[in-house]
Design a protein around this ligand. Structure first.
Ligand code: G3P
Ligand code: MG
Length: 249
């Protein structure tokens, strides 16, 4: 197993760019997270109908854009025109859905690390894993590679098929032996659990499997203290205005 301390990613990761302080999964959110000192960002990535990787959490457009319907049914030229900021607050009116390429460029310019969560539409798991991993292989220029993660085993498998060199993390809502086995079978470097899943026993089991341990979404002081005491490698938070990020390793 890797020695503690040689995990190259920042311990604190800004969830969806800036948590809830800016419209999630937009460049404005990344800029705000960066302004708060964050140097690693989690974001949700899926594909348009014509195969463009872009940032959006939900399958549907209504909650976080002015658009309607399933995002996977629409072409990127249409999606790229949508207002993805007004729903949050007037000052973000006109903010757009970023492409993955926009975010890669942001990370290049700002020298930041990235956690790309593969968030495929139902039925689109393999295409999403394949296309997103291929796009990152082509476009990412920083030495520290993006960390791919997903709840979708099929998406991670497809990503591993085209880009075995990109590090992978399996997302789990609850710890299980099955999940641990899946992470190993997928060649994952990390297990990223809902934060309540981590305790002394699950930490020992995951460490014994040679995995790095991350938690989402860590928003309370007591939870952060508990997880740091357990020695977690990464904490994904919405509270970028509350938790000062560690310096970039
Ligand atoms: O990647 C960790 C976390 O973002 C997973 O849940 O729903 O916020 O994407 P969700
Ligand atoms: Mg996510």
């Amino acid at each position: 197993p890797p020695a503690p301390g040689d995990w190259p990613y920042p311990r604190w990761i800004a969830h969806r760019g800036a948590g809830t302080l800016a419209p999630e999964n937009t460049l404005a959110a990344f800029a705000l997270g960066h302004a708060h000192g964050y140097r690693m960002f989690e974001c949700d990535v899926r594909l348009s109908a014509d195969g463009q990787p872009f940032l959006l959490h939900d399958d549907r457009l209504e909650r976080t854009t002015e658009g309607q319907g399933e995002a996977v049914d629409q072409r990127w030229a249409e999606l790229a025109r949508l207002d993805a900021g007004s729903w949050h607050s007037p000052r973000y009116a006109g903010e757009r859905l970023p492409s993955l390429a926009d975010v890669v460029e942001f990370c290049r310019q700002q020298e930041c690390a990235l956690n790309v969560e593969l968030k495929p539409a139902p039925g689109d798991e393999a295409r999403t894993g394949r296309e997103v991993a291929a796009a990152l292989t082509r476009s990412w220029t920083r030495a520290l590679p993006p960390l791919l993660s997903s709840f979708s085993v099929a998406a991670l498998e497809a990503a591993a098929g085209v880009a075995p060199q990109l590090p992978r993390g399996l997302l789990l809502e609850a710890f299980s032996d099955e999940g641990l086995g899946l992470a190993r079978r997928l060649g994952c470097v990390a297990l990223i659990c809902e934060q309540r899943a981590w305790d002394g026993s699950t930490v020992r089991q995951a460490r014994a499997a040679g995995l790095r341990l991350l938690a989402y979404t860590v928003n309370e002081d007591g939870d952060a203290a508990r997880l740091l005491a357990l020695g977690l490698d990464g904490l994904i938070t919405d509270r970028i205005d509350h938790f000062p990020p560690c310096p970039v390793a």
